[in-house]
Design a protein around this ligand. Structure first.
Ligand SMILES: [Zn+2]
Length: 300
């Protein structure tokens, strides 16, 4: 699973490189990992979205090694790699169609006179795709520059103002849908965050009064479970998972047993992944970790 994720990521990076060499009609905006929701129960993720005044072009990027054989009815691909047969469950064409439909509904609701288009992109130039229907929009990443160069210049559908409104609106929606982790999305260096356990109000480090109680040296407020707030801060600010070692460092704790205790006591369930030293505790960003952040950077 982890391998699949990193392969997907490598694929996106490789495709980004091809995109950089393309001269799109100006103005152009290229967004990656666009998450869109048109109802509270479902959301889509678009790998790469290219916006110009003439088109909203979705790239559904696949980085798959080996041979892919298309099987119709129901449409899916079978992948053969190193003589082993595995079924690729997510049919990329279904994913692409679903993403196009969702984006079109979003565009219509927001009154932008444009509909989406898109292609499945094979990031790996060695992937052998067999039996794909002739009308399936599928392309190798390395052929993207040629594809876009050959695309007829279309009459702009959006005015310049509408184009910039579209970019802003999409980015605003992203922020609303998933603002976490805040450091990465707001260009804050996590190394600058104050470590240890701190007061919600004063942002100064708490002092341990006794086994169960911490106090703030500034406002004298008492705390019973300051680690809960601290972990929420971590998930909101830094990333969606934490290891025992990271927990120790973040709270400036002495031993792994204390960190273990805190991680297992966290009131909302954290998903445990990995074993022994490699265990990480994961937060699912579908739920915001908390309403408010307590931590400031040490510079302030
Ligand atoms: Zn205080």
């Amino acid at each position: 699973m982890l391998y699949q994720k990193s392969a997907g990521y490598a694929g996106e990076i490789r495709v980004d490189k091809y995109l950089e060499s393309i001269e799109f009609p100006e103005p152009v905006k290229i967004l990656t990992d666009v998450e869109l929701s048109i109802n509270p129960k479902s959301a889509i993720q678009i790998d790469t979205l290219i916006l110009t005044r003439s088109y909203a072009f979705i790239l559904e990027i696949k980085n798959i090694a080996g041979t892919l054989i298309y099987i119709p009815n129901p449409p899916h691909f079978v992948r053969i790699h190193e003589n082993k047969k595995t079924i690729v469950i997510d049919c990329p064409i279904m994913q692409l169609e679903n993403n196009k439909t969702t984006l079109d509904i979003w565009l219509e609701r927001n009154k932008f006179p444009m509909r989406s288009t898109g292609m499945i992109v094979m990031a790996n130039g060695k992937t052998d795709v067999q039996d794909a229907p002739a009308d399936m929009p599928i392309i190798y990443g390395k052929h993207l520059p040629l594809h876009f160069r050959k695309m007829e210049p279309e009459k702009p559908l959006l005015t310049k103002q509408q184009f910039y409104e579209l970019c802003d609106k999409l980015q605003q929606d992203q922020q609303r849908y998933n603002p976490f982790p805040l450091c990465e999305k707001n260009g804050i260096n996590p190394a600058q965050l104050r470590k240890g356990i701190i007061c919600n109000d004063c942002s100064v480090n708490l002092i341990r009064a006794n086994h169960q109680r911490w106090t703030c040296p500034a406002c004298k407020k008492k705390f019973k479970q300051p680690y809960h707030d601290g972990l929420q801060d971590w998930f909101m600010l830094i990333k969606n998972n934490i290891s025992n070692e990271e927990c120790r460092d973040f709270f400036q704790m002495k031993d792994k047993y204390a960190a273990n205790y805190i991680l297992n006591q966290f009131p909302s369930k954290l998903k445990r992944e990995g074993k022994a030293k490699a265990t990480i505790y994961k937060w699912d960003y579908k739920q915001p970790p908390a309403n408010k952040i307590k931590r400031s950077t040490s510079k302030t």
